[in-house]
Design a protein around this ligand. Structure first.
Ligand SMILES: Cc1cc2nc3c(=O)[nH]c(=O)nc-3n(C[C@H](O)[C@H](O)[C@H](O)COP(=O)(O)OP(=O)(O)OC[C@H]3O[C@@H](n4cnc5c(N)ncnc54)[C@H](O)[C@@H]3O)c2cc1C
Length: 401
C-alpha cells in the first residue's frame, strides 16, 4: 500500500474541481488535483455565473478578477420569436440579497485560469497534469487512486479523501459503481458564437434573452466580444451537417438575415442529458459538478450547481478535518445537494425547455400570460429572480439541516 498523503485528492481541474481546491486550500487544507489533460481546458462551455455563485467566488478571493474579464448582465428577458419581449426581470430587485445583483457572462475557462494563477505558489494547492484517475479503492482511513499517465505508466496514490470532479463521464463515479440515472434528449444542441451584434436587430434585447418558438426556440447570450446563440437540432440533421459553417450561417440567417453576413467565431454541437448520480457520497469519496449531475443549459445551472456543491461539501470537510464535526456531517452534503439538484435544477431546466418549445397555442398563451404577470408584480418577480438565480435552491438546501 502506498504511503498515505495527508491531503484531499481531487480528480479534475475543471471549474468545480478548482473551486473545491481553492476553498480547501484557503482554509489551510492541503489538496492535490489530478487532471487528465496536459493543461487547463479552453473549451467554450459555461458562460453564466449567477449572483450567489459570484458571492461564493468572492469568498475565495477570485470574483473581482472574473468580473474584470466578464460582462455584467443586469436583466434577463423572455421573448417570442417575431413577437418581441413578453417579460423582463431585473436583478436589482434582489440587490438586498446578494453582493452581485446581476448575471456575469464570462467563460468558465477564465475562472479556472484565475484560480490556478492565484494559488500557483501555494503548496496547499498542487495541480498535477497528464494524470488520469481511473481506479478507486478505499478503507476506513484513506482512499487509493490509480493514476494513468499518457506513456501508459500507472501509479497508485493514497490520500485521506477524494472529490470526483472529473466531469460527466466521471471515472470516479464508475469506479465507485454509482448509477447515473436519467435520460438523454433526442435533439442535440448547437451553440454558434458570432460577431453579429444582436442589439442592432433588437435594440430592446437583454444580454441574456430566451426566445420561445415551437419550431426553433433559441437563446441569445452576450459575452465579451461576441454573442452566443443556442438552438435545438432536429434528429434528422446529421452531426456533420449540423457542425458545418453553412448550417450555422443559414440558421443564424433564418433568425435575422443580416446575421448570416457576420463572422462565425465558433460552433459547438453536443448531446444533452438530464441525469443525477444515485448518491453523491460513498465512504471517503464524493461526487460533485458534472460527475454528479448533468442538465440542459437553459438557465445556466450546470456549472453553477457544481460550484454550490463543492462550497457545501468543502465547508463540511474542513470542519471534519479540523475535528470540529463528526464524519456523519458529510452525509448532509449528499442529502442537501442531491435533493435540490433533483427538486430545483433538474425540474427548472426541464420546465425551461418545455416552456420555450411549447407548440400548443393554449400552452404558449399560458406561458406568455404567466411570465408577463410574474414580471409585473414585485413580490412574484422577486420570488422568480430567486428561483432563476438559484438562491431558492440554496435556501432549500440549508433548510434541510
Ligand atoms: C455549450 C455549453 C454551455 C454551457 N453553459 C452553461 C452555463 O452558462 N452555465 C452553467 O452553469 N453551466 C453551463 N454548462 C455546463 C458546464 O459547462 C458544466 O456544468 C461544467 O463544465 C461542469 O464543470 P466540472 O468541473 O464539473 O466538469 P468539467 O468542466 O467537465 O471538468 C472536468 C475536468 O476533469 C478532467 N477529467 C476528466 N476525466 C478525468 C479523470 N479520469 N481524471 C482526472 N481528470 C479528469 C477533464 O479534463 C476536465 O478538466 C454548459 C455546457 C456546455 C457544453
Amino acid at each position: 500500500m502506498p504511503e498515505t498523503e495527508k491531503r484531499v485528492f481531487i480528480a479534475g481541474a475543471g471549474p468545480v474541481g478548482l473551486v473545491a481546491a481553492a476553498s480547501l486550500a484557503r482554509q489551510g487544507i492541503p489538496v492535490t488535483v489530478f487532471e487528465a489533460s496536459a493543461e487547463l481546458s479552453t473549451e467554450s462551455r459555461a458562460s453564466t455565473f449567477h449572483p450567489p455563485t459570484l458571492d461564493m467566488l468572492g469568498d475565495i478571493g477570485v470574483v473581482d478578477a472574473l468580473i474584470a474579464q466578464g460582462l455584467v448582465a443586469p436583466t434577463v428577458q423572455y421573448r417570442t420569436r417575431g413577437g418581441g419581449p413578453i417579460a423582463q426581470f431585473d436583478f436589482g430587485d434582489i440587490a438586498d440579497l446578494t453582493a452581485h445583483p446581476y448575471r456575469l457572462q464570462s467563460e468558465q475557462f477564465k475562472l479556472t485560469r484565475i484560480i490556478a494563477d492565484k494559488f500557483s505558489s501555494d503548496d496547499n494547492l498542487r495541480i498535477e497534469f497528464n494524470r488520469r484517475v481511473e481506479g478507486v479503492t478505499q478503507d476506513d482511513s484513506g482512499v487509493e487512486v490509480e493514476i494513468h499517465e499518457p506513456d501508459g505508466s500507472i501509479e497508485r496514490r493514497r490520500g485521506l479523501w477524494l472529490i470526483g470532479a472529473d466531469g460527466a463521464r466521471s471515472a470516479v463515479r464508475k469506479a465507485l459503481d454509482i448509477p447515473f440515472s436519467g435520460f438523454t434528449w433526442p435533439e442535440r444542441f448547437l451553440v454558434v458564437s458570432t460577431s453579429f451584434d444582436f442589439f442592432e436587430a433588437f435594440p430592446d434585447l437583454s444580454s441574456v434573452s430566451y426566445v420561445a418558438d415551437p419550431r426553433q426556440w433559441h437563446f441569445l447570450l452576450q459575452v465579451p466580444g461576441m454573442w452566443r446563440v443556442m438552438f435545438p437540432i432536429a434528429v434528422e440533421v446529421s452531426d456533420d451537417e449540423a457542425s458545418s459553417r453553412e448550417f450555422a450561417v443559414s440558421t443564424l440567417g433564418s433568425l435575422i438575415p443580416a446575421a448570416a453576413e457576420a463572422n462565425i467565431l465558433h460552433t459547438t454541437l453536443y448531446r444533452v442529458h438530464q441525469r443525477v448520480a444515485d448518491s453523491f457520497r460513498k465512504g471517503r469519496a464524493f461526487l460533485a459538478g458534472d460527475a454528479a449531475h448533468i442538465n440542459n443549459p437553459l438557465g445556466g445551472m450546470g456549472m453553477n450547481g457544481g460550484v454550490h456543491d463543492v462550497v457545501n461539501l468543502c465547508g463540511r470537510l474542513a470542519r471534519v478535518w479540523r475535528k470540529e464535526a463528526p464524519e456523519a456531517e458529510l452525509d448532509r452534503y449528499d442529502l442537501q445537494r442531491r435533493l435540490v439538484t433533483v427538486e430545483h435544477v433538474q425540474r427548472q431546466t426541464i420546465e425551461n425547455k418545455r416552456n420555450l418549445e411549447a407548440s400548443d397555442p393554449k400552452d404558449q398563451e399560458e406561458f406568455r400570460v404567466r411570465m408577463a404577470r410574474t414580471a409585473s408584480e414585485p413580490a412574484m418577480a422577486r420570488e422568480y429572480l430567486q428561483k432563476i438565480s438559484m438562491m431558492a435552491s440554496l435556501k432549500r438546501a440549508s433548510e434541510l439541516g
